[in-house]
Design a binder for this molecule. Structure first.
Ligand code: EPU
Length: 429
């Protein structure tokens, strides 16, 4: 038994007002590992205060780094980093801890990083990270569940990823930036967070071409320098607010800092469903839905395809569409755990292998449900808002891994979510 959180959600309340998208957690996590590549003081603006960010910061602190927040501004100092080992207790909490493998090996010649293991959404192996670093001349062994990397000097090389993995591309970008000579990463991930990391590395002094394309070219440097960066907006949080806006036709929500350019495909699907989106200025939008919603066919894919992180969120609204929708999940084998929970609220979702069949429209009614992972948790918050009566979301602390004060921000729009601390059985990631 451990202390956890539960959200008590009163549904059926139309929402009105303004909400602002915070900085992208998945851009901050690699940026924090990147602070090891050049020892010194870094400054980041627009940092979300979420549990995953604090977990990465605790790892940095263990290594000898220091940090403090001033509002959403984060100051990191890596001048006195002296350790190369990541403790299991922290690594097992956050899979992004694998990002320290590339950064530590490149900057100190050594890294001891516990295998992050499987998690609720799937097996999520790290073989691409390992194989890529070996191509850069690191020696990697496995000892009692720890990946041990050694390299007196990393050397550039040519890497072809089997799949455009986001964190593998990020790990290799960091390692290659301090490697001797030139590195080519083929079949690289093209996510905006990868491009952001490449921008940070370039500002630090690395030579990088092709970030956001299939092949990235990196010319390693002997030394890099610390930098100041502003974190890009979180496209997954923005997508969550898009669906929040469309829960009821009466909702009137203005979304600020909306990263329009990162959401082309999800917006296409949103419109296909019967959603409209009005743009006020570059990053301010108002999304609405028509009374009748149309069913969708969605297939998740690496960027610029439909993001796996948004499929549980869209599924909530699809329970209200007139007809049969399908979602095919192509990235993670266990990303439909939320469907069982939505069915408890009255949804009609059938899972067959990689596909969810969602029959709508089904009215939802409050009941106890459980967050199985971060995005499943956010989806269930939306479902609770849509449902009649009260929904109690257990293991709600998982939502706080990636959303800063979601209940508070939704309550400011007229929602009613109470956060309660309680003793419960925790199913960890
Ligand atoms: N894969 C391998 N071997 C590897 C690495 C990946 O087989 O060495 C497979 C995975 O099992 C998966 C596919 O490749 O089937 C893609 O996974 P990827 O490596 O791209 O995922 P990730 O880097 O571990 C990041 C995000 C996830 C997001 C995915 C997909 C971060 C810190 N995490 O994970 O975000 O779902 O990309 O876009 O950037 C979240 O924010 O809730 C979250 C889970």
């Amino acid at each position: 038994m451990e202390r956890g959180l539960k959200y008590v959600i009163k549904g059926m309340k139309p929402l009105k007002g303004e909400i602002e998208v915070k900085g992208a957690k998945n851009a901050v996590l690699p940026a924090l590992a990147c602070c090891l590549l050049a020892r010194g003081e870094y400054q980041f603006k627009n940092v979300p205060r979420v549990r995953d960010v604090f977990c990465m910061l605790r790892i940095l602190e263990h290594l000898g780094g220091k940090y403090f927040f001033k509002g959403s501004e984060l100051f990191v100092d890596t001048s006195h980093v002296s350790r190369v080992d990541i403790p299991y207790e922290l690594a097992s909490k956050i899979r992004a801890s694998i990002l320290f493998l590339g950064a530590l090996t490149a900057s100190t010649g050594e890294a001891i990083v516990p295998l992050p293991g499987g998690c609720a959404i799937g097996k999520r192996p790290v073989n691409f990270h390992e194989r890529g670093l070996k191509k850069l001349s690191a020696e990697i062994t496995l000892d009692h569940g720890n990946l041990i990397a050694k390299a007196s000097k990393l050397k550039g090389g040519e890497i072809i990823l089997d799949f455009p993995s986001v964190t593998a591309t990020e790990n290799l970008l960091m390692a290659a930036s301090l490697a001797e000579g030139e590195t080519k990463i083929k079949n690289a991930a093209k996510e905006p967070e990868v491009i952001f990391l490449a921008k940070m590395l370039k500002k630090m002094g690395a030579e990088i071409k092709g970030a956001g394309e299939d092949t990235i070219l990196i010319k390693g440097k002997k030394h890099l320098k610390p930098v100041k960066m502003e974190i890009i907006s979180d496209r997954i949080e923005a997508g969550t607010f898009l669906i929040l806006s469309a829960l009821f036709p009466e909702n009137e929500i203005i979304i600020r800092n909306f990263p329009w350019e990162f959401l082309e495909y999800p917006l296409l699907k949103f419109r296909e469903m019967g959603g409209t989106i009005e743009k006020f200025d570059k990053n301010t939008v108002k999304a609405k839905r028509s009374k009748n919603l149309y069913p969708l066919e969605i297939q998740t894919a690496p960027y610029p395809g439909f993001p796996t992180d948004l499929q549980p969120i869209f599924a909530v609204l699809l329970t209200q569409a007139q007809g049969l929708s399908t979602i095919r999940e192509n990235l993670f084998e266990n990303r439909f755990l939320y469907a069982m929970e939505l069915n408890r609220l009255g949804a009609d979702i059938l899972i067959e292998e990689k596909t969810a069949f969602i029959k709508g429209p089904t009215p939802l009614t409050g009941s106890p449900v459980r967050a199985t992972d971060l995005r499943a948790g956010a989806a269930l918050v939306l479902a609770g808002l849509l449902a009649e009566n009260t929904t109690v979301l257990y293991q709600a602390e998982l939502v706080e891994r990636g959303y800063e004060d979601l209940p508070g921000r939704i309550n400011a729009l007229g929602g009613e979510i109470k956060v309660e601390d309680e003793l419960q059985l925790i199913n960890r990631e």
